[in-house]
Structures are given as structure tokens and as C-alpha cells.
Ligand binder design. Structure first.
Ligand code: 2PG
Ligand code: MG
Length: 381
């Protein structure tokens, strides 16, 4: 979407969309898909935005809610709202000579600390055909300089590829939606490949890096059970399985290990291993403030994934971020499986003082975010 200000400043921003969407997130497009979203934009959004003050974020985002009139942006589509909200912020940044992260900066954020890289090395679930059930096998590095975290995560990605070729010499291998490898491995075998690659990369480069997982467990949860190809687990079984994996493999980061409705299971896991592991809620919260408030009350997680297009506006996103920060939860700014070659995610991560940025490592739409983070790192020195 492109916004042009009265002063002639132009800002263009696109919104991503996901394959493994949470049940409570904003619908990316209205019924009727992209053509309907474009029609809704011209009919409902454009007339309300023309003449708006780009410095008034709350006002602009209220106009977007007004243009839609439903809970989850089902009339104009969450992606129209997301693109409009972000493009307005980008226009404000350009017009006032600031970087986007400065326009978004939360109190106390000075743009000098950088998020840990949570980089996708191997894909499964909905992001791959023929891979493991777990959706993402991640290299997590919290080196202070983004170039070091990125370098080590990329090395893990390369080493995962080498190990897959060694283990499966006759197998055709490919990459999934987020640029990680795809291979016909079970969850535990794939995790072992990741762990081995992390150990080797850490030794080679002397940069910290540990394994992480996004299970996206709602995707294989049906009728109260976690249904894997080789086992079916009830909630207790899943808590036990995940705890064992975390301890045995030194996992640093666990996203969506349970179904999106299972606040109780999240709380049990956080109580037992949350002091050592980032327990991250994605589909359970879908970046909604009220859902996070419930999670905080129940001590469900110690971290939350932040995706602007799950709620559709920056105002709503930042309200959730502020609640998380005020409650001592870490935030992780995340890409989507369907993403664009744009770098604004790096600004969201830096401006919101995110603990981490979840991103891909290869592919133009993934590299765009890493490059923007590198630029911000350099500008801060
Ligand atoms: C997730 C995301 C991003 P999707 O589950 O965390 O990695 O996937 O965009 O498909 O929802
Ligand atoms: Mg997720």
C-alpha cells in the first residue's frame, strides 16, 4: 500500500500472511480474497484515510477499525489494515526525518540493543511437504551484535544441510516456506540434526547458539490429542514429551508446544522449565492484548510472539507489547510464512525492544529483514 502525504512524501509497505494461522487472529483477507480486499480498500478505507493526520496513529487506526466494523477485520481484511497502519507510520518517519523504529520506540528503547536471532533452519508442519510434524527448527543466538548472531545462525543452516545430505544421500532435498531445509525425518531425528549443527557452529565461531522449536501444535491437535505419525499423546503425555526434549537437548526456545486453547498446559510447562527456557505463545495469544492478559494472569508463558497482522494495527500491536513489557514478558517480533522482501520487521523488533526477531535465513524476503537489522546495527555504532 502506498500513502502520500500533503507534503509529497510517499511510503509504501506490504503486509505478509501466514499458513498456520491462529483461530483468533485477524483474517488476512475478506471473503472474496484479494479482489474483495482491494474493493473494500477503495470503498471503505481510502475515503476515511484521506485527510487524516499521519502523526495521529491512534486516530488512523481508529479509522481503520471504523472502516471495517467487525472484530477481526473480516470486512476489509487484516492485511489491508496492517499495510495502511504501517505505511502511515513509515510516512511519518520519512516526513520527520526519523527511522521507522524511532517512530515506534517504546519508553526506554534507544536503538542500541539488538534482538536475538531466532532463525529458521529446517521446516515441517504446514511449511513443508513431507517433513516432520514440528513446524520450525530454529537456531537461537543472542550475541550482542546482530552480525554475529546472523553469522552463526547461517552457519547452523549450512551445517544442517550438510548433515541431511550425509544422512540421506539419495534423497531429493529442498527448502520450505521460510527457507529452512525440508527432509523426510521424524521430529526427534530432525531435532538431533539441529542440535549437532548448533554445537558445531558454536565451537567453530565461538558465538552462542542454541536450538529452538516452534511446534505449532494446534496443527496436529485433534479431539483432545496430539496426533503424531508414530504416537498419539494426551495433554499429560505432551507436557512430558516436550519437557523431556527440552531437557535432553538443551532447548532454549519453545513456541506453541500446546494447542492454542490449552492455557493450563502452557502454565504447567512454564512453572517447571520456564526459568531456563523461553516459552513463547503465538497462536494462543495472536498478539491480542486481552488474550495476553489472561495468559499473564495464569502465568501461561514467559514470552509472546508479536505479529502485526494478527491484530491488524500498530496501535493494537503496541498495546500488547506494552502489556508484555510491563509484566516482565519477553517479546519476539516475527515474520510470516508468506512474506515480502521488506525490512520493516527489523524496525518493529528494535523499536519495541524485542528480546528476539524470528525470521528466515535464506531467500530474498528473509534476507531483506536481516539486511535491515544489519543496517540498524551499523547505524547505532
Ligand atoms: C509461526 C509463523 C511464522 P505462519 O507459526 O510462528 O513462523 O508461521 O506465518 O505460517 O503463521
Ligand atoms: Mg508460531
Amino acid at each position: 500500500m502506498e500513502i502520500r502525504t500533503a507534503g509529497g512524501t510517499r511510503a509504501r509497505v506490504g503486509a505478509p500472511s501466514g499458513a498456520s494461522t491462529g483461530a483468533t487472529e485477524a483474517r488476512a483477507f475478506p471473503e472474496g480474497g484479494v479482489p474483495e480486499a482491494i474493493r473494500a480498500f477503495h470503498e471503505r478505507v481510502e475515503p476515511r484515510l484521506v485527510g487524516a493526520d499521519i502523526a495521529d496513529r491512534a486516530g488512523i487506526d481508529a479509522r481503520l477499525h471504523d472502516a471495517d466494523g467487525t472484530e477481526g477485520f473480516s470486512r476489509i481484511g487484516g492485511n489491508v489494515a496492517t499495510a495502511a497502519s504501517l505505511a502511515s507510520a513509515e510516512a511519518l518517519a520519512k516526513e520527520t526525518g526519523r527511522a521507522l523504529w524511532q517512530v515506534l520506540a517504546r519508553p526506554g528503547v534507544d536503538g542500541r540493543s539488538f534482538p536475538a536471532i531466532v532463525g529458521n533452519c529446517l521446516n515441517g508442519g504446514r511449511h513443508a511437504i513431507g517433513g516432520p510434524e514440528f513446524q520450525e527448527f530454529l537456531a537461537v543466538s543472542d550475541a550482542p551484535r546482530p552480525e554475529d548472531s546472523i553469522r552463526v545462525a547461517l552457519r547452523v543452516h549450512a551445517l544442517v544441510g550438510e548433515e541431511l545430505k550425509r544422512r540421506l544421500p539419495k534423497q531429493a532435498l529442498g527448502r520450505g516456506d521460510e527457507g529452512g531445509w525440508v527432509a523426510p525425518l521424524g521430529n526427534v531425528d530432525a531435532l538431533e540434526v539441529l542440535v549437532g549443527a548448533c554445537d558445531k557452529a558454536r565451537d567453530e565461531l565461538s558465538v552462542p547458539v542454541r536450538p529452538g522449536l516452534d511446534l505449532a501444535a494446534s496443527e496436529f491437535y485433534r479431539d483432545g490429542k496430539y496426533r503424531y505419525r508414530d504416537q498419539t499423546l494426551d495433554e499429560d503425555g505432551q507436557v512430558g514429551f516436550v519437557t523431556k526434549l527440552a531437557e535432553r537437548y538443551g532447548i532454549a526456545y519453545l513456541e506453541d508446544p500446546f494447542d492454542e486453547t490449552s492455557y493450563g498446559a502452557f502454565a504447567r510447562l512454564t512453572a517447571s522449565i520456564g526459568s531456563r527456557v523461553q516459552i513463547v505463545g503465538d497462536d494462543i495469544f495472536t498478539t491480542h492484548r486481552d488474550r495476553l492478559a489472561r495468559g499473564i494472569e495464569l502465568r501461561a508463558t514467559n514470552s509472546i510472539l508479536i505479529k502485526v497482522n494478527q491484530v491488524g494495527t500498530l496501535t493494537d500491536t503496541l498495546a500488547t507489547v506494552d502489556l508484555a513489557r510491563g509484566s516482565g514478558l519477553r517479546t519476539v517480533s516475527s515474520h510470516r510464512s508468506g512474506d515480502l522482501p521488506e525490512g520493516w520487521l527489523a524496525h518493529v523488533a528494535v523499536g519495541t525492544g524485542a528480546w528476539g526477531i524470528k525470521c528466515g535465513l535464506l531467500g530474498g524476503e528473509r534476507v531483506a529483514k536481516l539486511n535491515e537489522l544489519l543496517r540498524l546495527g551499523r547505524a547505532a555504532r
